[in-house]
Design a binder for this molecule. Structure first.
Ligand code: THU
Length: 128
């Protein structure tokens, strides 16, 4: 797996972030088991509640196209500069629906060279 490339795709996806309320721009790139990559960004809403995170955007795009097996997701976020951005609880639960807890990699990045890797089980122990 080329993690640097996946992070670059997440950085590119972040360009489309629609975040006029929080100004926190997030991008994600989801690597499918077949090698295809789906990008996602956060999409906010004036009613706040309907906001969709970048990670779920990527998952829902992929699942709606028929994908069911996933290897990794890269996540980047921040207002202007990139800061460490970790997936929210709802996104972790969506990952749990589709991903193998001990092998699926969650790659949280501040640049293509600076990143932390977690398994899904690290982030969501004792999952439902
Ligand atoms: N957000 C994401 O898209 N992914 C995360 O991992 C953390 C939070 C979004 C939701 C909201 O649009 C903004 O960041 C601030 O919470």
């Amino acid at each position: 797996m080329n993690r640097e490339n996946l992070i670059k795709r997440a950085i590119s996806a972040r360009e489309n972030s629609y975040s006029p309320y929080s100004h926190f721009r997030v991008g994600a790139a989801l690597l499918c088991a077949d090698g295809e990559i789906y990008e996602g960004c956060n999409i906010e809403n004036r009613a706040y509640g309907p906001t969709n995170c970048a990670e779920r955007t990527a998952f829902f795009k992929a699942v709606s196209e028929g994908k069911r097996e996933f290897s990794a997701i890269a996540i980047v976020g921040g207002e202007d500069e990139l800061t460490w951005c970790y997936p929210c609880g709802v996104c972790r639960q969506v990952m749990a629906e589709f991903c193998a807890p001990d092998t699926f990699e969650v790659i949280c990045a501040r640049s293509p060279e600076e990143y932390k890797i977690f398994t899904l089980r690290d982030l969501l122990p004792n999952m439902f």
